[in-house]
Design a protein around this ligand. Structure first.
Ligand code: CO
Length: 462
């Protein structure tokens, strides 16, 4: 870095350090992976790749095969995989014994995508970003769900864990995990997005990849007890309007939630994608507030206190408020505004040659369903409606796709989402006109990817 990119007053010392760290880490990872990325770029195109042509296949996995194979030669399996010998002809030898993995599966040794942890000063207070460019459909694998921790990941014995509910209730209560798991449950598929997602992009295009610019959002199926159920059991007193949610991590993370949201669709979640929550997602219990900013979805949930007022915790006064141009700050900006991003093609990729491509990405809204995603290849001059993959769910990532023939001319790819409230994702110019550039949080503007004549894709403001 030759100069400070994050000069606006919305960035405190911490935010500035973190934003700089993101830039440095991404640059380092791109440099380290340079050889693999060159191969991946070729391999990303079914039927068009050198390898695909040679092998006569149309395998999307070709690129990752190359990357994984390189690692396997080093005698190291990628995280989440086990290393096995690769026979010349898998039809001529018996495969591995069933349950050789101990009974809990692992991914292929040829798949190597991982979250990036950004090199913040503290390894306990940090972020990890979902590799959105390699995602398929709408579900994020649990092992690739983004994380934001303020004091590391606690190890909690579920037999010892309790949730306490007190304050303005008829009867204060204490629930063990067993108590909660005996109650009627629901499963719902929802995204979570950190409101700091994209925070480096207010003033100029900064990070190079979609993992860097947009990787603080992920989607899972969450299972648990509706929060309304335990509130009904305890009985809300007249005037109850806010609930403090408190985590059992070393940060003792606390946020105030409205009773309206609690009674609407909030979930005390103990499972994710069909199994218990991952420790880094709040094992054994987290609060799930569909569509609300990630910081409020309190992990390792241990206490709920009902009140007639918000609690004004650090995370809703000093942090997670949005500085406006007139010097005031927006507070309690809970809902994540509608947002979309093209994940293919996206920054640091290279289109090998003109021809057919499928443009794809994800769109979401904290206020309900996505109703429409449009894609532009000319920087917003003209738009075409993309196909939405079913199911299209409320407060959930929605996969969109549009066939596109790249002529070899320069192009600027953009996506623009409309949600069921009629809200249309703004351009950065429109957003900045209202919000200025000091908000830090809640940047939901249209993302632009420039495709150069040689096929290189870069992050631009358009
Ligand atoms: Co907010």
């Amino acid at each position: 870095m030759t100069r400070n990119r994050f000069t606006s007053p919305g960035y405190g010392e911490n935010e500035r350090r973190m934003a700089e760290a993101l830039v440095e880490l991404e640059a380092r990872r791109l440099e380290e992976d340079k050889d693999e990325i060159c191969d991946c770029k070729e391999g990303m195109f079914p039927g068009l790749t050198r390898r695909g042509v040679l092998a006569g296949t149309a395998s999307l996995g070709g690129a990752m095969f190359a990357a994984g194979a390189a690692r396997a030669q080093d005698g190291q399996a990628p995280p989440g995989a086990e290393l096995n010998p690769v026979p010349d002809d898998p039809t001529s030898v018996q495969g591995r014994p069933v349950l050789d993995d101990g009974g809990y599966g692992s991914r292929s040794q040829f798949e190597s995508e991982v979250r990036w942890r950004y090199p913040t000063a503290s390894v306990q207070s940090s972020w990890s970003m979902t590799p959105l460019a390699s995602g398929h459909g709408i579900i994020t694998p649990s092992g690739l769900h983004f994380e934001r921790h303020h004091a590391g990941i606690p190890t909690i014995d579920p037999l010892e864990h309790e949730l306490i509910l007190h304050g303005m209730v008829d009867e204060p209560m204490r629930f063990t995990m067993d108590d909660l798991m005996r109650l009627p449950s629901v499963s719902r598929i929802h995204f979570i997005e950190c409101s700091g997602n994209t925070l480096t992009e207010w003033e100029e295009p900064t990070l190079k990849t979609v993992q860097g610019t947009h990787g603080l959002t992920s989607t899972s199926e969450w299972t648990g007890v509706p929060l309304s159920t335990v509130l009904e059991i305890a009985g809300l007193r007249d005037g109850a309007a806010w609930i403090l949610a408190e985590g059992a991590d070393a940060a003792v993370m606390t946020r105030s939630v409205t009773v309206d949201k609690a009674l609407d669709d909030a979930i005390l979640a103990y499972a994710q994608n069909g199994e218990a929550l991952r420790p880094e997602q709040g094992y054994p219990l987290r609060l799930l507030l569909p569509g609300f900013e990630g910081n409020m979805q309190i992990k390792w949930l241990r206490r709920l206190e009902v009140s007639d007022m918000p609690f004004m915790t650090r995370e809703e006064t000093s942090k997670y408020t949005d500085l406006m141009p007139d010097g005031t700050a927006r507070q309690f900006t809970f809902e994540m505004d509608a947002k979309s991003v093209i994940t293919f093609p996206s920054g640091a990729m290279k289109l090998p040659r003109p021809g057919y491509y499928e443009v794809t990405g994800i769109a979401w809204s904290g206020r309900g369903r996505v109703t429409r995603v449009e894609v532009s290849a000319d920087g917003g001059e003209s738009w075409q409606e993309a196909e939405l993959q079913e199911p299209v769910l409320s407060r959930c990532h929605t996969r969109f796709r549009l066939p596109w023939v790249w002529t070899g001319e320069e192009a600027v790819l953009q996506s623009r989402v409309t949600d069921e409230t009629g809200y249309i994702q703004p351009t950065l110019e429109e957003l900045v006109a209202v919000r200025g550039t000091s908000s830090v949080y809640h940047l939901n503007a249209i993302q632009s990817w420039h495709v150069a004549g040689n096929g290189e894709v870069t992050n631009v403001h358009s």
